[in-house]
Write a protein that binds this ligand. Structure first.
Ligand code: ATP
Length: 506
């Protein structure tokens, strides 16, 4: 099953569409998941998604189906991402913001104010021994630069990767928010700053991608464990074709930039779904880098493909629907985040447990990363050389060279002269491996925790039991299960330690 929920929303026909093309629409509804789309050549194409919201759909329905489950998970420290995609004027901002953030008619409220409400409702209904802290960041990606919408002087925010938190907007303002009202005021401020920036730069909002990041930190009063769930909402720039808009000069440059980042998004989705397990080009654009966690795992993601129902926009709508269909094929399970406070080095040490400290490993995390990159680079080069040698036995040198170029284009080989690409590939491999190991350990830890609780319960039952002998047989069984699980965790920790020693040996 895909971990990306893909929905389509058709807005009502606009006055302009009605005036020029009458009531002609390109969709025939079949049910709430499927419809027939008539393309420009009048061909009927069937489409099926997780949910289709037709012209008369309510904002509340979109929120409840698409966003609410993600909001509930964010509070449990599972990352979530909600993206609106579509051509300019297709209804992305209407779906995301509604008709305004403050003082909006209840029925017209978009995803953002509902998400804020949902977050605080979940938090307020959580057990009292869990304390929460919510923060909000807002940035805009315009012409491959990330601008802080709470501090316009920060106009080139860097995107970094932290081993425990994943992708982060380094140095971007984080506004602490205590309740729904504060959150809405902050959102409204960020949105009006977007307008100020637009006037300063003579830009229209549909030319930039807007990213909202809610970070929800929860701390248990019992075991003091801290977990953080990150909820990212992205209102993408319009995806229309450059030729159709007749853009020139600066507008053309902007359109090319938008197309570049949206096509990078398409490339990432293609790489994730082509089943070859090759290098995923997250670093090709700021947008794909920010969405790396959302698309490559560690997030529950929902995509809302916004379309015009008008036959006059059939070509743009079809390309939006195809994008949605492709995205549906992504399969990467999300996971719960833990030990938020650890930085990269702490994480590496923790993976290997105390054994790494005992082995007097004094590398900094940067040294470790560099060493790991060298090891991975060497192993990639070795396999590449082996394949090329094998090909040379049977083919002419020219054919081998052509194949090598093809392999580089297809992402099967990495171009050794392109250091950035090579390093990015190494980073991806390391990150994926470490994430997989971390996931396994976490699952085992959870299992041990469960068994611990059961064991404790059984012990109490035993203490109070009058028929001691029959209960003790059951308890003995559980105890064996518990001991067995502890052994597996130790084994997994040892394997991770061995793996770390292999990768990070000085
Ligand atoms: N589901 C809907 N119901 C009623 N009106 C809608 C709906 N969707 C969009 N609209 C209206 O259509 C117009 C265009 O919508 P919107 O601004 O959301 O498009 P957009 O995709 O965000 O465009 P851009 O890429 O330029 O930001 C707006 O006037 C909006 O109010």
């Amino acid at each position: 099953m895909s971990n990306v929920t893909v929905c389509v929303r058709f807005r009502p026909l606009s006055l302009k569409e009605k005036k020029v093309h009458g009531d002609s629409v390109c969709i025939t509804c079949l049910d709430r998941e499927s419809f027939i789309f008539k393309d420009e050549k009048e061909e009927d194409l069937p489409f099926c998604f997780d949910r289709v919201f037709y012209q008369d759909s309510a904002q509340a329905d979109v929120y409840e189906f698409l966003a609410l489950p993600i909001v509930q998970d964010t509070v449990k420290a599972i990352n979530g991402t909600i993206i609106t995609y579509g051509q300019t004027g297709a209804g992305k901002t209407y779906s995301m913001e509604g008709l305004g953030i403050l003082d909006c008619d209840e029925n017209k409220k978009g995803l953002l104010p509902r998400v804020v409400d949902g977050l605080f409702q979940c938090i307020n209904s959580s057990p009292e021994d869990i304390k929460y802290a919510v923060k909000l960041s807002m940035v805009e990606i315009y012409m491959e630069k990330v601008r802080d919408l709470f501090d316009l002087s920060k106009d080139n925010v860097q995107i970094k990767e932290n081993k425990s938190q994943g992708i982060i907007l380094s140095g971007a303002s984080e506004m602490p928010i205590l309740n729904t009202e504060e959150a809405l005021k902050c959102l409204s401020r960020g949105i009006s700053n977007r307008a100020v920036g637009e006037t300063q730069m003579n830009v229209s909002s549909s030319r930039s991608h807007c990213v909202y990041v809610f970070s929800v930190q929860r701390e248990s009063a019992i075991d003091k464990r801290v977990k953080t769930g990150k909820l990212i909402l992205v209102d993408l720039a319009g995806s229309e074709k450059v030729e159709k808009t007749g853009a020139e000069g600066k507008v053309l440059e902007e359109a090319k930039n938008i197309n570049k980042s949206l096509s990078s998004l398409g490339n990432v989705i293609n790489a994730l779904t082509n089943g070859r397990g090759n290098h995923i080009p997250y670093r090709d654009s700021k947008l794909t880098r920010i969405l790396q966690d959302a698309l490559g795992g560690n997030s529950r993601t929902a995509l809302l493909c916004c379309c015009s129902p008008s036959s006059s926009n059939a070509s743009e709508s079809l390309s939006t629907l195809r994008f949605g269909t492709r995205t549906k094929l992504i399969k990467t399970p999300p996971r719960t985040n833990t030990n938020d406070a650890n930085d990269g080095k702490a994480f590496l040490l923790q993976v290997g447990d105390h054994q790494i400290e005992n082995s007097s490993c004094e590398m900094t995390s940067d040294d470790a990363c560099e060493d790991t990159q060298v090891t991975v680079r060497q192993s990639l080069t070795d396999s590449r050389d082996k394949i090329l040698t094998k090909l040379r036995e049977n083919l002419k040198e020219d054919d081998v060279r052509l194949l090598e170029e093809l392999f580089i284009v297809e992402g099967i080989f990495f171009n050794p002269s392109n250091t950035e690409e090579f390093e990015s590939a190494c980073d991806d491999i390391i990150w994926q491996t470490v994430s997989a190991l971390e996931r396994t350990v976490q699952e085992l830890r959870d299992e041990v925790e469960e068994l611990n609780k059961e064991n404790y319960k059984l012990k109490s039952e035993l203490a109070g039991a009058s028929t001691w002998s029959s209960t003790s047989v059951a308890a003995e069984g559980k105890k064996n299960h518990f001991t067995w699980a502890i052994s597996i965790v130790s084994l997994a920790n040892s394997l991770i330690w061995l793996f770390s020693m292999f990768l990070f040996k000085p």
